[in-house]
Design a protein around this ligand. Structure first.
Ligand code: ASP
Ligand code: MG
Length: 444
């Protein structure tokens, strides 16, 4: 069995839906199809939930949502049915907006309309492409806690529920991203959560493969906007892919990989506009294990250095430091220590999934027991590969190329899949270009 997930751009227009439907129909092993909202719709729905929104802007957004979807249904042969199904959702959305205060709980219901609308239409597109799929409401089997906006899934319940709904005799279509709590309230798994839903479904159904269909042809060796020679990686292990997604590879949300790892499900990432290309296969065991497979770059990193003479031959200082950071929910990336000082890096990029804010409160808290120094504008470069902690001479080979740069916070050895370091922010791109040329382009 294959679970196939199509992202927002892969269902964003009639043509995109048609391409996706053709892909579904081209392999009868694709039994569960999971889709996102049409691209732009979740953002629109989030905007509708803003309490200061005036009536005119609300109407504008609703019209935009309506037109986006009707421009798809309009191109269907049997457009009446699809339009009716879509309009039913739209009416409910309007009623929902009238009835409810815009609190957290109702915001999840509000954004869920995106996936409900897209699936209501896509089922008809599938049909016109010869795939007679059954429509499933994911909220009936994806049960979660009541942590609205970021709900935690009840996996044993999902396993039980989904196996009662899905069997290999049919093809099913359902929504990513949404679920419901024990009271039946709609919940969501966090932005970008459709990949995660699909991975959980694949795990729960013990599928052989999970496909993530998107608008890029797989996971790239590095960001192609930085290095034009970057190429999709043919095959990568879960350990490497996890490091890569944590350090800035944008294709998959880090959480996606966990269910696939637990369930031993291979993952394929491919593009709906070039379905004939293999894309990237994420596997448990890879035959080829290059020492360096990919590079990532994260800008806007902050270096926090704390110093205390009281740390000399003392115990408990690090515990105290990390306790303060934990109290303020600050997540730390790299750590380096000397006898009396500790340096930490924090992801302060605006678009970071785990964006850290160093408020004056936390700084004052730290100043109670140590000197604090904050330096901004660093780039974090990570090299991802295999056996990096056991390959003789590898750090020499890397840093030999970087003689002209000021490098700090080298972290090597904690993971066999990664070496990373900080550089001055403006030099990050040049470093990635240089390392890509030296260590990745030569492999081709
Ligand atoms: N539609 C949701 C979002 O835009 C979920 C997803 O696309 O993965 O965040
Ligand atoms: Mg998406």
């Amino acid at each position: 069995m294959i679970v196939s997930k199509f992202g927002g751009t892969s269902v964003g227009t009639f043509q995109a839906m048609k391409n996706s439907a053709e892909i579904v129909g081209s392999d009868t092993n694709r039994k569960l199809i999971v889709i996102s909202a049409t691209s732009g719709t979740t953002n629109d729905l989030v905007a509708l939930g803003i309490s200061e929104l005036d009536a005119t802007s609300q109407e504008e957004i609703l019209i935009r949502i309506k037109e986006r979807h009707l421009s798809i249904t309009n191109q269907l042969e049997n457009k009446e049915e699809a339009e009716r199904d879509f309009k039913e959702e739209l009416t409910q959305l309007r009623q929902h907006l009238e009835q409810v205060a815009r609190d957290k709980r109702w915001k999840d219901r509000l954004v869920s309309f995106g996936e409900l609308m897209s699936t209501k239409i896509f089922i008809h597109v599938l049909k016109e492409n010869g795939v007679d799929a059954k429509w499933l409401d994911a909220r009936e089997f994806l049960k979660t806690d009541s942590n609205f906006g970021n709900a935690v899934v009840d996996l044993p319940k999902l396993k039980k529920n989904i196996s009662e709904k899905v069997n290999s005799d049919s093809v099913y279509l359902t929504q990513g991203f949404i679920g419901s709590d024990i009271f039946g309230n709609t919940t969501t798994l966090g932005r970008g959560g459709s990949d995660f839903s699909a991975a959980l479904f694949a795990e729960a159904l013990e599928a052989e493969k999970l496909e993530i269909w998107t608008d890029v042809a797989g996971i790239y060796s590095t960001d192609p906007r930085v290095v034009k020679e970057a190429r999709p990686i043919k095959e990568i292990t879960f350990d490497e892919a996890a490091e890569l997604s944590v350090f800035g590879g944008k294709v998959l949300h880090p959480a996606t990989l966990k269910p696939a790892i637990r369930g031993k499900v291979d993952v394929r990432v491919a593009s709906t506009s070039e379905p004939e290309k293999e894309g990237t296969l994420i596997v448990h065991e890879s035959l080829e294990k290059p020492v360096i497979r990919a590079l990532s770059l994260r800008k806007n990193q902050t270096l926090l250095t704390v110093k205390s003479l009281a740390m000399l031959h003392q115990y408990g200082f690090l515990a105290k430091l990390f306790q303060v950071l934990a109290n303020y929910k600050i997540s730390v990336d790299l750590v380096s220590t000397s006898e009396v000082s500790v340096s930490l890096t924090l992801d302060t990029a605006v678009n970071a999934s785990n964006k850290v804010e160093l408020t004056s409160d936390v700084i004052n808290e730290l100043k109670k027991f140590c000197e604090v120094k904050i330096e901004k504008e660093y780039s974090l470069v990570a090299l991802i590969g295999n056996n990096l902690n056991k390959t003789a001479g590898i750090s020499g080979a890397i840093f030999d190329k970087l003689k002209d740069f000021n490098i700090r916070m080298v972290c090597h050895g904690a993971s066999e899949n990664n070496i990373c370091f900080l550089a001055d922010e403006p030099e990050g791109e040049a470093i990635v270009k240089l390392l890509h040329k030296e260590f990745i382009e030569v492999q081709e």
